[in-house]
Design a protein around this ligand. Structure first.
Ligand code: TEU
Ligand code: CA
Length: 544
């Protein structure tokens, strides 16, 4: 019993994602860094965070903000030194906070030594990637890249290489045992330094079973050759046996395009692969055929998808926001009339679900999408690629501008708003990405002082969850409810909690179960019998 609970220390953790570039800048160069993170550890501790997931901190030319890694055993000088990193790990440890790193192992940067040696003709390193010699300009196959356009580009040696993301991110060849050994070694290197695990980027697409042409599709032609392959499962089992289980590490996979059935094969406990994973289906409820072409968001669809995943996974990972999507309050809330109320509702929802809650930097103060003036304010490589693809489809500037400003990943990457000063307390220099003008109101300092703020609500909610067996360990069951309202129970041996979430901007009549309201974002005077106000969140308890 004891070993089991030590092994699964992460099961009740509150995880906070830091996008280092945008978190806190300590030296005035406009870029967030590790000393900046260290300076905010007490803030995170106060919030109730148990685990920090750091988006990549390794050396990188930065075309994809660090998801293009050029040295897996180093620290990006923009972020600090290895000593800074060691200091962060030990300080956090002293405060009872664990650190997990982001590991992008589907691809490296094209500036990684391995790739450079490969292009220079070293036969050993050529086998680390997928190179193809072709006559003429015919690409080796018809696969698409995730960022739009073909998945093959020509290297300086004239050969084509595969890249499922940008041409600055060549895919690793996981058929080669040397690649496995290198990455296992890198994982041990960091685990020996005291980190607690990894968030493995794109982990379900690393192993390509063949390089044959794919069935032609509107986007991502070729995907049947690399999604959730048997080879991928074998690699994960090997990592689990050779590395992860020896360190009792927490391994969360980012799994693209998975159904619950695919996901279970990647993270059910008896499979000995991942501990849990990020699925995407709920983030795409308003996507038409990809996330750049949106349809109107319908809350009942979100409810349906969340319910499906709550029932499917042993330990779901719950999140409403990250560095690849727009801000959750823009996505699922109402920033016009109910900014505060809807941000609190989303907090309540995320922290009431069964599984591990993830909070993304700035979400806890209700940060909103960037207020970019035009495409010139955008830095994201994905937005640039999409712009190029849209141009090829003859879309005019104003339409492209509209699409990109609405969906760009930079919306969630604007610097964290610490106070209302000119650069929001993020930097003393000039920030790498435009800071939102609403910093004058949406900022940590003001919200710390206001007991009714979104931030105060997060603190109370985290505290509530930690002290509630029902929320942290209980079972989950959905209760029938009107459209756009999500009602479910969380039940432990002692208590049954009814969670009410009105995800709409309208009053909703509901039936209340349980006998006493114990938590929520409602206003005492405003309460109406048998009715949830817009974006109202409530927990009603009953003893068992
Ligand atoms: O994301 C993978 C991924 O699925 C997203 O890139 C997604 O396809 C994209 O955001 C669609 O808009 C991971 C990282 O989280 C992301 O930041 C990186 O750009 C990507 O991998 C490539 O390494
Ligand atoms: Ca800096």
């Amino acid at each position: 019993m004891a070993t089991a609970s030590i092994k699964k220390w992460w099961k009740n953790a509150i995880v906070y994602q830091i996008y280092p570039r945008s978190f806190c800048d300590s030296n005035g160069d406009g870029i967030g860094d590790i000393p900046g993170i260290i300076s905010k550890l007490h803030y995170l501790k106060e919030l109730g965070v148990d685990v920090i997931w750091l988006s990549p901190i390794y050396p990188s030319p930065g075309y994809d903000n660090g998801y293009d890694i050029s040295d897996y055993k180093g620290v990006n000088p923009e972020f600090g030194t290895m000593e800074d990193m060691e200091r962060l790990i030990s300080r956090a440890k002293r405060m009872g906070i664990k650190i997990i790193l982001d590991l992008a192992i589907n691809h490296t940067s094209d500036e990684h030594e391995w790739f450079k040696k490969a292009v220079a003709g070293d036969p050993k390193y050529r086998e680390y990637y997928y190179f193809k010699t072709q006559s003429g300009n015919k690409k080796p196959n018809n696969w698409h890249s995730f960022f739009g356009g073909p998945a093959w580009s020509k290297a300086e040696n004239g050969d084509y290489y595969l890249h499922l993301f940008s041409n600055k991110q060549p895919d690793l060849n996981w058929h080669n045992p040397d690649v496995y050994n290198e990455i296992a070694d890198i994982m041990r290197f960091w685990l020996d330094k005291g980190i607690a695990g990894f968030r493995c980027d794109l982990v379900n697409i690393i192993y390509k079973d063949t390089l044959d042409n794919g069935k032609r599709r509107l986007s991502l032609t070729g995907k049947e050759h690399y999604l959730n392959t048997e080879g991928c499962h074998e690699l994960l089992k090997r990592f689990y046996k050779d590395v992860w289980s020896n360190y009792k590490s927490f391994i969360i996979g980012e799994a693209v395009m998975v159904s619950p059935e695919d996901a279970k094969l990647l993270c059910d406990e008896d499979r000995n692969e991942l501990n849990t994973l990020f699925f995407f289906e709920h983030m795409d409820v308003d996507a038409r055929w990809n996330k750049w072409v949106k349809r109107q968001y319908k809350p009942y669809k979100l409810v349906k998808v969340l319910d499906k995943w709550q029932n499917a996974l042993e330990t779901p990972s719950n999140y409403l926001e990250n560095h690849d999507n727009i801000r959750s309050v823009n996505h699922f809330g109402n920033t016009k009339e109910y900014w505060e109320k809807s941000a609190k509702l989303l907090c309540g929802l995320n922290l009431s679900l069964r599984g591990i809650p993830f909070i993304y930097e700035g979400e806890e103060i209700g940060m909103t999408n960037g207020d970019f003036r035009g495409l010139r304010d955008i830095r994201d490589i994905e937005s640039y690629s999409i712009n190029q693809s849209l141009k090829k489809m003859f879309l005019g500037h104003s339409l492209r501008r509209k699409i990109i400003l609405r969906t760009s990943r930079d919306n969630a990457r604007t610097p964290v708003q610490w106070d209302s000063s000119e650069n929001a307390g993020f930097t003393e220099g000039s920030p790498w990405l435009k800071i939102n003008e609403n910093k004058s109101y949406i900022n940590v300092k003001r919200e710390l002082e206001d007991e009714n703020s979104i931030l105060s609500f997060y603190k109370k909610m985290i505290d509530f969850r930690k002290n509630s067996k029902g929320l942290s360990e209980g079972t989950y069951r959905r209760v029938a409810s009107p459209n756009d309202v999500y009602i479910f129970t969380r039940e432990s041996q002692e208590e049954r909690l009814y969670i009410y979430c009105n995800l709409s901007s309208y009053n909703k009549n509901v039936e209340f179960y349980g006998d006493r309201i114990i938590f929520g974002n409602y206003d005492e005077d405003e309460q109406i019998l048998n009715c949830l106000k817009p974006y109202e969140y409530r927990i009603v308890a009953s003893n068992i």
